[in-house]
Design a protein around this ligand. Structure first.
Ligand code: HEC
Ligand code: HEC
Ligand code: HEC
Ligand code: HEC
Ligand code: HEC
Length: 359
């Protein structure tokens, strides 16, 4: 971190010279303060301390969890998403150099976990390297191929998108971050509106925050992000088309969880519960009380009786759970994935999918 702060003095004039800024540019102090208060600079976070006892970050984690890792990754052509060929020492966060280095400045084509390569605009490319998740619907397809939909198989294990895969949500079907059911079409990139389509047109590039005032010029009266609504489709089928799309997504997400539990108990390998904070997230509900009790949410009790149908729905549940901005990143894609998952579970269980309207 220290080398970064001292480099601030050196690198600022260069960066400013290159930028044709319409408004008054932020001062060096503004930028430093914004970054220091951001999650990227939070050196106490688990996202940067997880490897303290080992002293080094493995090659499969280093790209997104250290400055050293991403700088090395971007210094060579990238053919594998989120991985370099060596571990790096612990002790960095997402520092200035993570986003300001020659590789990052030149970066346009970004490879996603589905191996799809997408040309990204400058205000999104470097963010996308780290905020794309670690799995795709392809992984679910490969794992479930050749197994009957409702057959419990010991070959199956939960497939985890990992955290904050905002870029995969935004690009939708173009990068297949979610599990997409056969025979259905899915929304591609959420274009939103000109001027608010890259990561840093909504998020501050240094504080990472989204300012509600920048949204309410168009979304007038919105009290918070989750109350924003433009879509006229009655997704929940309850006649309320004024409910914020974020709230609609939360409601669907809760219904998907209930559907997963119903199917697992009735058709799948037995009662299942979800715990958002315990790896690997899905556990046996031993006492069948519908709650992930402390003694249940432990690795030895992880759910191991997956059927393909259950795994697909659980994958999509987690895809939406781990991107808390999904409603703004690509609401249609998130809704399609969840409605299709609920509908698929309803085919063979008492899950009720009636009334839902797919956008
Ligand atoms: C493609 C990028 C990427 C890769 C590769 C990656 N991560 Fe992450 N990980 C993230 C992001 C982004 C977050 C932060 C999400 C947030 O807090 O919003 C995160 C968060 C975490 C956290 C913090 C969770 C918490 O409770 O706050 C842990 C632990 C973690 N990752 C472990 C790993 C491990 C272990 C590996 C390697 C096996 C790995 N990650 C590989 C992107 C990645
Ligand atoms: C997470 C990535 C990221 C980190 C970390 C980061 N920057 Fe930036 N920075 C950007 C992006 C993206 C832009 C371009 C902003 C735009 O186009 O609106 C930018 C722009 C700038 C600019 C041009 C002025 C502006 O705001 O547009 C300066 C100067 C700058 N950064 C300095 C720094 C310094 C110094 C640090 C560390 C204290 C830092 N940056 C950390 C991503 C980052
Ligand atoms: C080198 C990898 C990396 C890059 C590049 C990166 N991020 Fe992050 N980002 C992370 C990690 C890791 C965290 C979690 C930090 C923590 O837990 O304190 C994070 C956290 C965040 C958060 C907060 C999430 C939360 O849980 O509240 C936002 C928002 C964010 N990043 C947006 C961006 C944007 C926008 C860009 C591009 C300008 C960007 N990130 C570039 C790795 C990265
Ligand atoms: C249309 C505006 C918009 C765009 C474009 C956008 N975001 Fe977001 N993002 C949001 C909003 C709104 C939230 C929710 C913020 C909140 O709850 O405070 C959010 C949340 C997030 C979070 C936190 C998610 C979590 O799990 O906590 C991350 C990380 C993030 N965005 C990264 C990105 C990245 C990377 C990009 C570009 C690929 C991007 N965003 C593009 C509006 C946007
Ligand atoms: C210049 C006008 C404008 C601004 C500013 C704007 N938006 Fe939008 N927003 C739109 C339009 C137009 C749509 C409809 C796009 C579509 O459905 O294709 C939309 C749709 C949305 C949706 C989806 C709503 C739904 O019902 O599906 C969300 C969420 C959203 N915007 C969030 C934001 C956030 C967050 C910001 C601020 C960072 C923002 N918008 C700023 C014009 C704007």
């Amino acid at each position: 971190m220290n080398h970064c702060i001292s480099r601030l003095i050196v690198c600022l004039p260069v960066l400013f010279a290159g930028a044709a800024l319409a408004q008054t540019p932020p001062t060096a102090e503004d930028i430093l303060k914004a970054w220091l208060a951001s999650p990227h600079a939070n050196s106490r976070s688990e996202a940067f301390r997880h490897w303290d006892t080992e002293g080094e970050i493995p090659k499969t984690c280093a790209v997104c969890h250290s400055t050293t890792g991403i700088v090395d990754y971007l210094s060579a052509p990238q053919s594998v998403p989120g991985e370099i060929n060596h571990p790096v020492p612990v002790g960095t966060t997402v520092e200035c150099a993570a986003c300001h280095n020659p590789g990052a400045e030149a970066l346009r084509d970004v490879i996603f976990p589905s191996r799809q390569v997408v040309n990204m605009p400058p205000g999104s490319a470097v963010c996308t390297v780290c905020h794309q998740g670690r799995a795709s619907g392809n992984d679910v397809n490969n794992a479930t191929a050749g197994i009957d939909d409702d057959e419990v198989s010991a070959k199956l294990a939960f497939i985890n998108i990992h955290y904050a895969a905002a870029a995969s949500t935004r690009r939708g079907s173009a990068v297949r971050g979610g599990y997409q059911y056969a025979g259905r079409s899915y929304a591609g990139r959420f274009a939103h509106v000109e001027g608010f389509e890259t990561c840093v047109s909504c998020h501050g590039s240094h504080d990472t925050a989204v300012q509600l005032e920048t949204c309410t010029t168009c979304h007038q009266g919105a009290a918070d992000f989750r109350t924003i609504r433009t879509s006229p489709i009655d997704v929940l089928g309850n006649g309320d088309t004024g409910l914020g799309i974020g709230a609609v997504i939360e409601e669907l997400h809760a219904r998907l969880k209930a559907a997963i539990m119903t199917y697992a108990a009735e058709v799948g390998g037995g009662a299942i519960v979800y715990s958002s904070g315990a790896y690997p997230y899905f556990f046996n509900d031993i006492n069948a009380n519908g709650i992930a009790d402390d003694d249940e949410a432990a690795f030895p009790n992880r759910y191991q009786s997956w059927t393909p149908r259950l795994l697909k729905a659980a994958y999509n549940y987690q895809f939406v759970a781990k991107d808390r901005g999904a409603f703004a990143h690509n609401p249609r894609y998130a809704i399609q994935l969840m409605i299709d998952s609920i509908t698929d579970l309803a085919e063979v269980s008492s899950v009720d999918a009636s009334g839902l309207v797919r956008p």
